[in-house]
Design a protein around this ligand. Structure first.
Ligand code: FAD
Length: 387
């Protein structure tokens, strides 16, 4: 890659949502950007499992707006969710609006589509280079040296950059390398609950089988189901439950009796065969929360997104907070004229405590969603009955 005077060469490790977004912002400022992504190009694949849709809220939208992608992702391909729809065991519904005054909503967006749009947008900048099948295996973060495994050839490759951005997700290698340094604190917590993804097909008229403008929740105390609408009138849902509950759901009979008892309305919508087929397709996935500090090394390395602050998904803010990281980084680039010696410490100062706070809120919101939300709405109903 040719050097441009006054501009830096930036290596982004990870071409997921946050890495691809960061490439767009940095390229817009004229920097030379190389993305190194472990996996193959998602745009060449038909589908890739895992959390098919994500709730995009204000923070995320602001970042997309800044690079001109808000309309395509929100207006044309996002599904508005104006509030939670709570389902009790008897099939009664209660809608709790997110914003009953101005009617603001959050948007369900397809994860894969979002990643494709961001990679396409990044690739449009001539100064962005995308390298897939490159797994970061080692780095000297102070010297800006990085070593990759080319998973196509099995060979290792070396590269250098003025700045290394670790956008390599919850199990970040960049963060693990940072963790060897003194005065770097990092705490990782696996919660004792996991999740299994399930989808609800559209109805016989090719329309939504439930309200298409809500985030649906089936709170059941210790566990819950959630479901977000998709553009094609299907829903993608998750059963979140303690692992000991999943241990009891090892047979078809156990699973069907569990759904008959706790989620009868959902069982009717998914159908017995589809439920069994989807549920046993994969093992329940784990959920991790990461709090670390600082997010940077000198003027040569920084972590963003899940690499810096992976959180449990119950506040639907993981991606949104990661997108906000890039907005903040961009604002600091403007303020300090791309002087990384000033930008990176300021980034840690501004983002670490916020990252820790959103991790805590996400953890708290699990109890809220699976348990308190129903109790509160029950108490509210009782209160209304009295007045
Ligand atoms: P990732 O999306 O994990 O991307 C990291 C990339 O780095 C990957 O492409 C990976 O292949 C690559 N990589 C990893 N290691 C290496 C390496 N050594 N070398 C090179 N590349 C590497 N967030 C929301 O805002 N709203 C939601 O509604 C929401 N729902 C969620 C539901 C579930 C069930 C889960 C699990 C998460 C949810 N999230 C949600 C969180 C969201 O998915 C993450 O916060 C977001 O994906 C983080 O983006 P990222 O780019 O930082 O990391």
């Amino acid at each position: 890659m040719t050097e441009v005077e006054g501009k830096s060469c930036i290596a982004i490790v990870g071409g997921g949502l946050v890495g691809a977004l960061a490439a767009c912002f940095l390229a817009k400022r004229g920097h030379q950007v190389v993305i190194y992504e472990y996996r193959s190009d998602i745009r060449m694949e038909k589908s890739r499992g895992q959390s098919i849709n994500l709730a995009l809220s204000f923070r995320g939208r602001e970042a997309l707006k800044a690079i001109g992608l808000e309309n395509i992702l929100v207006k044309y391909h996002g599904t508005c969710m104006r509030g939670r729809m709570l389902h009790d065991k008897d099939g009664n519904l209660k809608e709790v609006l997110y914003d009953s005054v101005k009617g603001n909503c959050i948007y369900s967006v397809n994860r894969r589509y979002l990643n494709v749009v961001l990679l396409d947008a990044a690739e449009k900048y001539p100064q962005v280079q995308l390298n897939f099948n490159r797994k970061l295996v080692e780095a000297d973060l102070e010297k800006g040296k990085i070593k990759f495994l080319n998973t196509n050839t099995g060979a290792t490759e070396d590269a250098e950059a003025d700045l290394i951005i670790g956008a390599d997700g919850a199990h970040s290698t960049v963060r693990k390398i940072m963790a060897r340094r003194p005065l770097f604190n990092c705490a990782q917590t696996y919660i004792e609950h996991g999740y299994v993804e399930l989808s609800v097909a559209c109805n016989e008229h090719n329309k939504f089988a439930m309200s298409g403008n809500n985030l649906h929740i089936w709170p059941r105390g210790e566990f819950m189901m959630t479901s977000l609408p998709n553009e094609d009138c299907t829903f993608t849902g998750n059963l979140f439950a303690p692992f000991y509950v999943f241990e009891k759901l090892k047979t078809r009979e156990a699973l069907l009796s569990f759904y008959t008892e706790h989620f009868p309305d959902l069982l009717r919508l998914i159908g017995e065969e589809k439920l069994v087929e989807q549920f046993f397709e994969k093992e329940p996935q784990t959920l991790i929360s990461i709090k670390c500090k600082p997010y940077h090394v000198g003027k040569t390395a920084v972590i963003v997104g899940d690499a810096a602050h992976a959180m449990v998904p119950f506040y639907a803010q993981g991606m949104n907070a990661g997108f906000e990281d890039i907005l903040v980084l961009d604002e600091l680039m403007e303020r300090y004229d791309s002087n990384f010696a000033k930008i990176l410490p300021k980034f840690s100062e501004l983002r670490c405590d916020n990252g820790h706070a959103i991790c805590d809120l996400a953890m708290y919101n699990y109890t809220e969603m699976r348990d308190l939300v129903m109790k509160k709405s029950f108490l509210f109903r009782k209160f209304l009955d009295k007045v």
